[in-house]
Design a binder for this molecule. Sequence first.
Ligand SMILES: Nc1nc2c(c(=O)[nH]1)N(C=O)[C@@H](CNc1ccc(C(=O)N[C@@H](CCC(=O)O)C(=O)O)cc1)CN2
Ligand SMILES: Nc1nc2c(ncn2[C@@H]2O[C@H](COP(=O)(O)OP(=O)(O)OP(=O)(O)O)[C@@H](O)[C@H]2O)c(=O)[nH]1
Ligand SMILES: [Mg+2]
Length: 455
Amino acid sequence: MFDTIAAISTPRGEGGIGIVRMSGEDSINILSKIFRPISKKKVEELKNFTINYGHLYSGVNLVDEVMVSIMKGPKTYTKEDIVEINCHGGYLMTEKVLELVLSNGARIAEQGEFTRRAFMNGRLDLTQAEAVIDLIHGKTERSLSLSLDQLRGDLKDQILHLKKLLLDVVAHINVVLDYPEEGIDDPLPEGLVGNLKEVLETSDRLSASYNQGKMIKEGVKTAIVGKPNVGKSSLLNSLLKEERAIVTHIPGTTRDVIEEIINIKGIPLILADTAGIRNTDDFIENIGVEKSEKLLNDADLILFVVDGSRELSEEDLRVHNSIHSEKVVGILNKIDIEQKIDLSKLDKVGRWIEISAKENIGIAKMEEEIYSYIVSGKVEDSSQTLVITNIRHRSALVKTKEAIENIFETINMGLPMDLIAVDLKEALDALSEVTGEISSEDVLDHIFSNFCVGK
Ligand SMILES: Nc1nc2c(c(=O)[nH]1)N(C=O)[C@@H](CNc1ccc(C(=O)N[C@@H](CCC(=O)O)C(=O)O)cc1)CN2
Ligand SMILES: Nc1nc2c(ncn2[C@@H]2O[C@H](COP(=O)(O)OP(=O)(O)OP(=O)(O)O)[C@@H](O)[C@H]2O)c(=O)[nH]1
Ligand SMILES: [Mg+2]
């Protein structure tokens, strides 16, 4: 049995209501020391799954007028007894209510400790617990919907299904080993080879889905680069539909990196407008240029902007030389005025999108093209197929896949079947890591430390 924990579960600051939550076997006893229901009933007599109006007292002193939810385990969020005190919101009031339960026997909860208990007590598996944190951090509709699928248990069910397929193979091998007359040298039955194939295909598909999942969850780091004065800041402003960055006719206007987030069809783009890249004697501008070049390397996507109304220059070529062709989209700006540029030397750019940032021409089409560029080949319809968003899951699924590949090698070489037992165990262990059936304190500490207090 764990001790009784307490925390403020609502955000700090002023709000209509604040919730102080307790979980553990002492919760109701602690409540009985501080809560007087208006019904005059004793706290112990209050019915399970009720919400009760009354007052909190510290000794004889009134602390607040509250509503208290009583939920007795095991059918609760943590499977333990839970008491939720709904007090008046406000920084000081919620703090005082928390102090009151702490001074009556509860201990302050660590980050994520309620959800950790839900996991330890078996109400959630680790993928579901991770989904809870993702829900709280989720910033787009699509990331919320992936987290909700995971909280519902979609990934857990898939992993348990894969484990079941492998356990069938394990059972067969154990029989062969126990009764050698079955023939260790006989090939694995067709059906069980099918099991292994399914595990291989699914672990491969799921681990590959991480690229898409990461993009939906964390966004695409997008750097807007180009030589000075081509219209990078104007482009940022037109994507944001807001005059965010300073635009002037003077080259070298932007010095620092300006970061803003936009959302294209549910995928966050973390846009960075950068200083125009050129050789300059200006000390401050030079720092900006260095930052721009660093961003070029870190970005998932580069919007390389050129000015169509001017001839191609050495400065354009310098930027062109420092970009990676796999992640660049060309933006041909200023198409509203006479065109002079020859793009043929900029051969790292596979696709050019024509716009006028100043006159707002081609912006919607550009968003479409950027979207299709970032999702090309990477995104399936994520409402239909399972997508993972967590690198921990990906590493384990890659381990699974590799273990099964080893098994197929063993089979193809016609080696005795008992040799695959080790790889089977490795695959099963990796799958158990995903669901948390196998987990270390360190891994759990790491996962739950990303939670909010009170979750
Ligand atoms: N006030 C409040 N709102 C909240 C939560 C909470 O803990 N408290 N939640 C916290 O994240 C979320 C809701 N999630 C919850 C998940 C499971 C259970 C629960 O009691 N489950 C029981 C079944 C209860 C029943 O059968 O009626 C169980 O699984 O055994 C409660 C809340 C969002 N809103
Ligand atoms: N005609 C025309 N002018 C544009 C267009 N886009 C930007 N400009 C003008 O080009 C000049 C430079 O624009 P900025 O957006 O500041 O260019 P930048 O690339 O951010 O420049 P630096 O920050 O100095 O690197 C301004 O005078 C803009 O009004 C366009 O589509 N058409
Ligand atoms: Mg600028």
